[in-house]
Design a protein around this ligand. Structure first.
Ligand code: PLP
Length: 411
């Protein structure tokens, strides 16, 4: 249940799955630190083990490859810093990181931190107008710099425009020089198949609250032969990669939600992509100047997240449209953030080649497991008027600077 009558922001966070709620409710009644040796501790540890096994099953990983964290942000930090430090310890010259400008700030700000504090060099990989990695350019960067590259990172699916990236092809390019690759799969996990074993990835970040699990728990899948330097030190939990008492109730909730979405993945993908395409067609009729960003993927062939709709609505401020839609009871997102009252362009659209002004006129609608046709119909009803009013409100003076560190963030 959400405050807005129509919740179209499932990529930010989605409703708690009833299976997750009941799994957690059951566990909250029990005491026991999973590291304790007595019966209560062993019981809690069994809950963790079962959750780990279930999540591994959904991700096609081995249970020992699942490291519990507090969420996607922490997983990205652990993977990127951990891989970088491990690689540079062995070879201090290998300090370059392959990265694309469409990444979430959990990745962008982490590599920016490594650049500032650890003397990393960022090798920017271009994307095309749909946000898809330019594999040829990536290959050229790898060929020219492989001796100095510590790691590569490529998100599985983009959180703003829903583009699904060519993970296996990128991993294959990097594998030629044994370059480990991390993927932020926070938006992809539980929405499209994410086979960790087949991907060849070194590490993969996932998060519970995007799949109907609780906020505050996530995972990093770490291939068994990969060594990471930990960010957090303490009791040596989770293969010594992530110290801190494990949260059995949240792990059980995460596993229950992941199992539920996995059981319904194909049917839900079809249902959501049909709903999405219905909205795309109707918006094209009612607002012909609206531009769909990201791949069209009308046949649902795995080029775009099934529940993602992302449009440029020309000559209106995305934030104005968001607030107007909210007044109509519709929860949406601009993807980009307002910094000190100044609307910021979406860094994702800028990376896709859009100008900074039009990259502010965007709106994201994301569908999820509770979305119904009536939700989309209510959006279709409200959108033309909200857009006209947002256009009338005009756009703020141009702001050309793009914040990629710290302040502006996307979900
Ligand atoms: N990466 C992507 C692509 C996301 O969409 C999000 C969500 O905000 C995150 C990382 C951060 O995940 P979390 O909210 O679990 O820290």
């Amino acid at each position: 249940m959400t405050n807005s009558a129509v919740y179209l922001d499932h990529a930010a966070t989605t409703d708690l799955n009833p299976a997750a709620l009941s799994a957690m409710t059951e566990q909250f009644a029990h005491t026991g630190n999973p590291s304790s040796l007595h019966g209560a501790g062993r019981r809690a540890n069994r809950v963790i083990d079962e959750a780990r096994t279930k999540i591994a099953g959904v991700a096609a990983a081995h249970p020992t490859e699942v490291i519990f964290t507090s969420g996607g942000t922490e997983s990205d930090n652990l993977a990127l810093k951990g891989l970088f430090w491990n690689r540079t310890e062995k070879n201090p010259e290998a300090r370059s990181i392959l990265v694309a400008g469409i990444e979430h700030h959990a990745v962008l700000d982490t590599v920016a931190w490594l650049e500032t504090h650890e003397n990393a060099t960022l090798l920017w990989m271009p994307v095309d107008a749909d946000g898809v990695l330019d594999l040829q350019a990536a290959e050229e960067l790898i060929e020219a710099n492989h001796e100095r590259i510590a790691l590569g990172t490529l998100m599985w699916a983009n959180n703003e425009v829903g583009t699904i990236e060519p993970i296996s092809a990128f991993v294959a390019l990097a594998a030629k020089y044994q370059i480990p690759v991390h993927s932020d799969a926070v938006q992809a996990f539980g929405t499209v198949p994410t086979d960790f074993a087949a991907s060849g990835l070194a590490t993969m970040a996932i998060s519970a609250h995007k799949v109907g699990g609780p906020v505050g728990i996530g995972g990093l899948l770490v291939r068994r032969d990969i060594v990471l330097m930990p960010v957090q030190h303490g009791g040596g939990h989770e293969r010594k990669l992530r110290s801190g008492t494990l949260n059995a109730a949240s792990a059980a909730g995460f596993a229950a939600a992941a199992t539920a979405v996995q059981a319904n993945l194909d049917a839900e993908s079809k249902r959501l992509s049909e709903l999405r395409d219905y909205a795309v067609q109707r918006i094209a009729q009612s607002i012909p100047e609206a531009v769909l960003n990201g791949p069209r993927d009308a046949l649902n062939e795995g080029k775009r997240l099934p529940g993602n709709l992302h449009f440029t609505f020309p000559e209106c401020e995305g934030d104005s449209l968001l607030f107007l839609l909210d007044m109509f009871g519709i929860a949406s997102s601009t993807g980009s953030a307002c910094t000190a009252g100044v609307p910021q362009p979406s860094h994702v659209l800028v990376a896709m080649g859009r100008d900074a002004r039009s990259a502010r006129s965007v709106q994201r609608f994301t569908l999820g497991h509770t979305s119904m046709r009536e939700d989309v119909d209510k959006l279709l009803e409200a959108l033309p008027e909200a857009y006209q009013r947002a256009k009338k409100a005009g756009m703020a003076a141009d702001e050309s600077s793009i914040h990629t560190a710290g302040t502006g963030f996307t979900r």
